[in-house]
Design a binder for this molecule. Structure first.
Ligand code: HEC
Length: 114
């Protein structure tokens, strides 16, 4: 079910994000160092950004801002969501499929935003 949810979420985003996953998102390259993200990590970014904002500033009161947060903290939170040490019905399934490299890259990306 979790996988299904993630697939559905990804598919529903595909309209706006297909180009991102396929190639470097030209509009964002350079400004935030997103060009340094691996294909894997940048393919997750539209999903993360749908709640946390592409600039790391969320649009919903219940979704935290990530921009400028300490990278070590973000890595730790994602690791804890994965192990369910920090268990959240929304975020734990989001973190579950992330590899350690993707955790580092996504944390680094959001941390680098101002
Ligand atoms: C459906 C909305 C949603 C999506 C998609 C989502 N998140 Fe979250 N995220 C949340 C919510 C809600 C919380 C707060 C959870 C809590 O209350 O413990 C959160 C918390 C976090 C935190 C901890 C922030 C803090 O200040 O402690 C990090 C880091 C994070 N998300 C990263 C990500 C990454 C990376 C992705 C993409 C793989 C992602 N999120 C996708 C909703 C979302």
């Amino acid at each position: 079910m979790k996988q299904l949810f993630i697939s559905v979420a990804l598919i529903s985003l595909a309209g706006s994000s297909a180009a991102w996953a396929a190639e470097k998102p030209t509009g964002l390259v350079g400004t935030h160092g997103q060009s340094e993200l691996s294909t894997q990590a940048s393919s997750m970014l539209p999903l993360c950004a749908s709640c946390h904002g592409i600039e790391g500033i969320s649009t919903e009161g219940m979704y935290p801002n990530l921009a400028g947060q300490k990278v070590e903290y973000l890595v730790k939170q994602l690791q804890q969501f994965k192990t369910r040490e920090r268990n959240d019905p929304i975020m734990s399934p989001m973190a579950e499929p992330l590899s350690p490299e993707m955790v580092n890259e996504l944390a680094g990306y959001f941390s680098s935003l101002k």
